[in-house]
Every structure is written in C-alpha cells, then in structure tokens.
Ligand binder design. Structure first.
Ligand code: F6P
Length: 545
C-alpha cells in the first residue's frame, strides 16, 4: 500500500525508551516537588496565545521529561506530518483520502490542491450558498409552502452529522437568533416523535445531514419525518422545507431534494471533523453567517498556530504529548475534560467521537497489531456540576485521571457574583488536586473543630487527600464563536499528533462497520424475513423480542 506517513511503531523510537527510563526516575517525585526543584517551571509550562492561557505546570513531569516528549514528536516526524496534512496529501491512507477540514477555515485564499484541482474556489462557493440560504431563512424572506416565515429548524443526522452542530449550537446559545433549532439523531422512533412535538410543518425546515446519505438512523428518521410532513402538506412543499447536506447528490435527488437545496460535502472532510463544512448549516442558521465565519476564523488561527509554532510552545502538540506521557508511561486509563461553563456541557460527548473514533485503533500503520496503548478514553461534564458527581474519584479514587480544566475569565451575561464563584471553584480544584491534604493537616483541622483525639485518629485516613493529581488549565478570555473555533481545532490537532506518534491512522473508522452489518441482518430476522445462526446468548435475546 502507498504510504504517506512514516510507520515506525512507537516503542522503536529512541526517545520512547528514554521516556520510559525517565518516568521510572521521577515516578516518586511529586508535582509540588517539581515546583520546588525548578525555579523556572512556569517559564516553560505556561503558554500564552491570542486570548488563551495554557498552564501545564501541574503535571508529573520535569523539564527533562518535557524535553524528551518534544524530542519524541520530532523523532516521529511530526513536522513533516503536519505539512502533509495541510498540503492535501492523502494521509487517510486506508480510504485513500486527503484530510482537509482545515481548508474550510483557511485564513487566506491560497490554493489547496487535491487531485490536481484547487479546492478553495468550491469551498468559497458552498460557503456563499450557505450564507445566502441562512440569511433568507433568518430574515424571514424564505417562506414555507403556505407563505409563513420559518420559525423552527430540525437537523436530522447522527455522529459527526449531529454531535458537532448540536454541541456548537448549544455552546453559542448566547449568540443565537430567534430560530428554534432541534436535533434528531437516534433511530429510536420515540426520539423523532419527541422532536416533532409541537412543530408546525408550515414553519419548519428539515436539514438532512449525511455525508454518505446511506446511514440507517438518518435515512429512517428522514423518511418518517417526510411522511409526517406529507400527511399535512402537499408533495410540492418539499422544496421549501427539506434541504440536504451530503456528498451523495444522487441519493439526495432520489429523496426528492433539489440540487438548489443540496449543500455538498467533499470526501476530504471526515464526518467527525465536518462542522466547519456545510454540515455546520444548522450552526449558521442558529447564529447567522457572521458568527459562523468567526467560528471558522478562530479555528483557522489555531491551524496556523499548530503549523508554525515550535513544538515546545505549540498548544495542541504539548497537550497531545502530555496525554501520551500519562497514557503510555503512567498507564492512565482515561482523561477527564471539565469545561467550567454550562454552554460547553456537551464538549466531552462531542470529543468522545472525534478522539475515540479517530484513535481507537489497534493496528499500526505498518499493518501489524500494536503492543502498546493507543486511543485515550475521554469523559467529563461541566464544572461545577462534575464536582458534585465524579470528582470524589479523581481526588481519592485509585485511578490516575489527568484532567483538562477549561474556563473563561468573563461570563457572557456579566453576573460577577456567580462568575467569581465559578472561577474560584475552577482554580481551587486544580490546586486541591495537586496539593492534596496530609494527615497532619487533617488532624489540625479536626483539632480546631474540637474533635476528640480518638475520633481524630479514626477519621484521619478518610480525610487525607493524596494529591499529586495532574491537570492542565486552559483559561480563555471569553466564550465567543472565535474562541470556540480555536478550542475545537486545538483538540482536533491533538488527536492527529497522538495518532501520528502511536503509528495509527486517525482518519478512518472501520471499527464502526461490523455492528452496522450485523444490525442489517438482525433487522431481517426481527422482521421475520430471514433467519441466521447465532451464539446461544444472541439467539435467546432475539427470541425475547
Ligand atoms: O459512526 C460512523 C460514522 O461514519 C461517523 O464517522 C459519521 O460521523 C456518522 O457515521 C454519520 O455518517 P453520515 O454523515 O454519512 O450519515
């Protein structure tokens, strides 16, 4: 197979071995001790870029370890790999595709060539078409079949055709216009019925988003919703109420959607990286083309930062390397992501798809099984909610869970009382996770509360916090379309850096196919059309349905 990226298994890197040794050497040095040993610690572990601050000083690593990580990125050929991605090389080798969601948010109009064609003019044309459509709907110029203006939008899609748009629409609620945007993703009939509740077909537009236009969930929902619509409206009304985002224009036409109402997607945009493309139509409808452009611009700036900044100051690179440090050298099983804003409550769920669908692979680029850990498990929830849910385990559990804390200096509505409380929690948690609380401190506190010595002895072990729990703090000025774009792009690039070093292909997703194939067969069985042999568990379960 033609190769566009190197294919060295991670343990073969010289620096990999050096990192293993170094981890052993510093395993018993706490983060606080690193601070004591390194008077300049904040000089190298504090990054400032645009309106972002990234403080990664609260990690179980010292300067030597950090330098080795940077060396690892160099040894793995990261520089060349970044160039390959941005220049349109077909780095998605198993699907023979370029990976160019970055071209959608390019800050200038310089050409990006795929199969000898500059793709920028087509990108601009699609963006223009999106803006024109959104402006018409938002302004009320676009009318439904009975002459009424549009009040509701339903996005029908799943995976990347749902998670990105829905997360961003929710995140940018503050910037939203009057349109009520809903999302239906699951094939569960109850889901689409709930979404349709109270909707008037005369004033609703349905955006069917599916790159392939073959996804069972999306097509089932689209067909059922179409039938619901046609129960109340004439066939000729489809044109005012159904639009599609897809790369499969044959299938969108067969569904009855005109070419004018079809917004193309290209095969160099992966589903989980597609919110920047026409898949972001619902975002553009929700916040308007200007904010949508700002979102793209924010991401474009992060792309430039990723391409041009030396690795030791490069935010996605540094965060990727730290994540590898814990995943491969400290055996951490997962990572938490805690945004201190309710607007970003679904960022962890969104990143679960992009991170885990991308790097959940066990075969290397050399075609052989890997013998080391890849794909990190991502989870989390908004702070402070998470503090009252899973933080107990991060503070006092047996597992090592490196965590990213994402916070914003300013609130959007200006309530300083609440914002101060939110930020005090944001800062306090990372300090508490690092410092912990010793038995002596616990006893002192109990003493001060007049607890007798016997009870003090009994309670102390339960109230001790081991501390030394690693965190990264990402502090951003304000949640805006631009800063959100930068933040998402940051995590996208982190994925690529990790996939490169783990020697896996981050941009395919063969692992989702088997379940889909089997579900199709089992559907035939449930519908009594065919029967197949199964294992005893599956057969018994099927007999109960
Ligand atoms: O879950 C697999 C997947 O292919 C995702 O990568 C993608 O985002 C999702 O299904 C939806 O695919 P489509 O946009 O083609 O309907």
């Amino acid at each position: 197979m033609r190769k566009t990226l190197p294919d060295t298994p991670s343990p073969k890197f010289q620096t990999w071995k050096a990192l293993k040794n170094h981890q052993k050497k510093i395993a018993s040095t706490s983060i606080i001790e690193h601070f004591k040993n390194e008077s300049n610690r904040l000089n190298y572990s504090w990054l400032e870029w645009e309106d972002f601050i990234v403080d990664f000083s609260k990690n179980r690593i010292d300067r030597k370890g950090f330098d080795l990580l940077i060396e690892l990125a160099k040894e793995a050929g990261l520089k060349g790999a970044i160039e390959s991605q941005f220049s349109g090389a077909k780095i998605n080798d198993t699907e023979n595709r370029a990976v160019l969601h970055t071209a959608l948010r390019r800050l200038d109009n310089s050409p990006v060539i795929v199969d000898e064609l500059d793709i920028i003019p087509e990108i601009k044309a699609i963006q223009k078409k999106m803006s024109a459509f959104c402006n018409k709907v938002i302004s009320g110029e676009w009318k439904g079949y009975s002459g009424k203006t549009i009040t509701h939008i339903v996005n029908i899609g799943i995976g990347g055709s749902d998670l990105g748009p829905s997360m961003v629409v929710e995140a940018l609620e503050h910037y939203k216009n009057h349109l009520d945007i809903r999302f239906v993703s699951n094939v569960e009939g109850d889901h689409h019925e709930e979404v349709l509740k109270g909707l008037n077909p005369e004033t609703t537009i349905f955006v069917i988003v599916s790159k392939t236009f073959t996804t069972q969930e999306t097509l089932s929902n689209a067909n059922s919703i179409r039938a619901w619509f046609l129960n109340q409206a004439p066939e000729t009304a489809i044109v005012q109420h159904f639009v599609a985002v897809s790369s499969n224009t044959e299938k969108t036409a067969a569904f009855g959607i005109s070419l004018d109402n079809t917004f193309p997607m290209k095969d160099w945009v992966g589903g989980r990286f597609s919110l920047w493309s026409a898949v972001g139509l619902s975002i553009c409808l929700a916040v308007g083309p200007e904010h949508f452009r700002a979102l793209l611009k924010g991401a474009g700036k992060m792309d430039l930062h990723f391409q041009e900044t030396p690795f030791e100051k490069n935010i996605p690179v540094v965060l990727a390397l730290l994540s590898i440090w814990y995943n491969n050298f400290w055996n951490a099983e997962s990572e938490a992501l805690i945004p201190y804003t309710q607007y970003l409550r679904n960022l962890p769920a969104y990143l679960q798809q992009s991170v885990m669908e991308s790097n959940g692979k066990s075969v290397g680029r050399d075609g052989r099984p890997v013998n080391y850990q890849t794909g990190s498990i991502i989870w989390g929830a908004s702070g402070t909610n998470g503090q009252h849910a899973f933080f107990q385990l991060i503070h006092q559990g047996t597992k090592l869970i490196p965590s990213d804390f994402i916070g914003f200096k300013k609130s959007l509505k200006g309530n300083s009382d609440h914002q101060n409380k939110l930020l005090s929690n944001f800062i306090a948690q990372t300090e508490a996770l690092m410092n912990g609380k010793t038995a002596d401190q616990v006893k002192e506190e109990l003493e001060a509360n007049d607890i007798d010595t016997e009870l003090q002895e009994k309670l102390t072990p339960f109230k001790v916090f081991e501390g030394n729990k690693p965190t990264n703090t990402i502090l951003i000025d304000k949640l805006t379309p631009a800063s959100l774009g930068s933040l998402i792009a940051l995590y996208e690039h982190k994925i690529y850096v990790q996939g490169l070093i783990w020697n896996i292909y981050s941009y395919d997703q063969w692992g989702v196919e088997l379940g889909k194939q089997l579900a199709a067969k089992i559907l035939d069985e449930i519908e009594g059309k065919k029967s197949f042999s199964h294992d005893p568990s599956t057969s018994k379960l099927l007999s109960k349905i």
